[in-house]
Every structure is written in C-alpha cells, then in structure tokens.
Design a protein around this ligand. Structure first.
Ligand code: ATP
Length: 241
C-alpha cells in the first residue's frame, strides 16, 4: 500500500483579529485516504480548509500539498476545493463551467468525462441552462463535477452533502470512494457522522480551533475507553462534551 503524504499541515494558526479560529493545528492526509474533519459549529473546520485551499493566509505555521507550499501555482493545481456554499457564475451554464475548468487546467479530451459526470449527477438536461437558474443542490453538483474533472491530488470537501438529495448523496459517496481507490487524498468536513463513518479511514475532531482527537474509529474508541461498537456520533459527543 502507498502511504505517501499529500497534505501536510504543521502548527497552523489563523487569527481573525483577536480571535484564534485555528490554533496550532498539525495533521496530514495520505494518498488513498479519506479523513473526516469533524467538530461543533465554530470549531474552525471551514477556516482550516480555506487555509489549505490557499484562500486564506495562515497567521502561523506551514501547509504543503503534494510537496508544494500552499498558495503556489503548483499547490493550487494539486488542490480541489468544494466549498460549503456553492458559488457559480450565474450567466455561465454547467457545461461552460466544466469548459472553464478544462481550459484553466489545460485538460485534453475532457468532454466525454464531463458528459458522464453531468449524467451521473442527473444534470444532463441542465447542461446548457444558466447556472443562476439552478437549484442550490444542482449548483453544488456542478461544483463537485468541476472538481472531479480536473483530478487534483487533494480534495477538500466542506460539508459536501448539505442540500443534496438522497440520490446525489449516494452518488457523491460513490465518487469519494472511487477517488480514494484511485489514490487521491480527501479531507471531508461534515456534521453528518453516519454518512462519513462507513467511508472515512480516519477522523480528526476539532474544538475551539484545536484538534482534540484523531485516529481510526477503533483508535478513538480505545483512547476514550468506549465499547467496541460505539458509533462515531457517540464518540464525537463524548469527545466534544
Ligand atoms: P460550522 O460547523 O458552523 O461551519 P466551522 O467549524 O467551519 O463551523 P469556522 O467557520 O471555521 O467554523 O469558524 C471558526 C471561528 O472563526 C468562529 O468563531 C467564527 O465566528 C470565526 N470566523 C469565521 N469566519 C470569520 C471571519 N471572516 N471573520 C471573523 N471571524 C470569523
């Protein structure tokens, strides 16, 4: 098994004025691994993910993706970020968004895969509609399709299933597992623990900007001396109480 580290976060802090939204966080995600990033509201998950995506400058510490320091063109090219709130260009169609990604990343022969992605997410009939006319869930699906098209080493999903219908949630889970099996590294922030439990290789729990626990579900149960069949949600509640 390859255990190459794709994401390396070392002693990262992010201040918003006086507020330490992320405090001295270190973590890594390896190739072929899905890591769940969990934590109560305001724990700092989105802030950390935005720092990794290069959208926010860290106040302290270092982040590298595929060996490249974050915010370099190489790190950007190796990172796919799917934000919590889907933002698209209202006057571009889903197909034009995919075309834009293909141009931006210099992709060749992408059309067949783009068509397949739209089909898989039930968006074929919206291919040429203005994105401003799509529902929230549809917009989310377009963003996910864009990220799946350019195949970065690292995927950052910030609460990816919010607003998706059950069919699309299932499709997304299938895609996450496929990405993992293809050797990508995935960091997935979510509150829906029953969804992440069966697919995450590890979970990292944040609270008040810090990582307070991390490991496989078995390791977390052992650390907190919980019975072997304790679901992730109960582990989470115990750890964050
Ligand atoms: P949730 O689960 O509710 O999405 P989260 O774990 O993603 O929460 P963050 O959005 O990272 O948490 O917020 C962490 C802290 O940083 C919170 O106290 C929040 O109020 C604060 N914060 C977030 N964004 C900003 C900002 N732009 N300016 C100032 N403070 C911010």
């Amino acid at each position: 098994m390859r255990t190459e580290e794709i994401l390396h976060v070392q002693n990262v802090s992010k201040m918003y004025g006086q507020l330490a939204a992320v405090q001295d966080v270190s973590l890594s995600v390896r190739r072929g691994e899905i890591v769940g990033l969990l934590g109560p509201n305001g724990a700092g998950k989105s802030t950390l993910i935005k720092c990794i995506a290069g959208l926010l400058r860290v106040s302290d510490g270092t982040i590298s993706v595929d060996g490249f320091l974050v915010r370099t063109p190489e790190a950007r090219g190796s990172t796919g970020y799917i934000p919590e709130v889907p933002s698209l260009y209202d006057l571009l169609t889903p197909w034009e968004h995919l075309q834009f990604i293909a141009l931006a990343y210099g992709l060749q022969n992408w059309e067949a895969q783009a068509t397949e992605l739209l089909e898989q997410f039930g968006l074929s009939d919206k291919r040429d509609a203005f994105s401003g006319e799509l529902s929230k869930g549809m917009r989310q699906k377009v963003l996910i399709a864009c990220a799946l098209l350019h195949q970065p080493s690292l995927y950052l999903f910030d609460e990816p299933t919010v607003g998706l219908d059950p069919q699309a949630q299932r499709e997304l889970t299938r895609q996450l597992l496929r990405l993992r099996d293809d050797g990508h590294a995935l960091l997935v922030s979510t509150h829906i623990l029953a969804q992440i439990e069966p697919i995450a290789d590890r979970a990292i729990i944040m609270s008040h900007g810090r990582t307070i626990a991390g490991g496989t579900l078995a390791e977390l149960r052992e650390t907190f001396q919980l019975p072997a069949d304790t679901p992730l949600e109960d582990v989470f509640l115990q750890v964050t109480e």
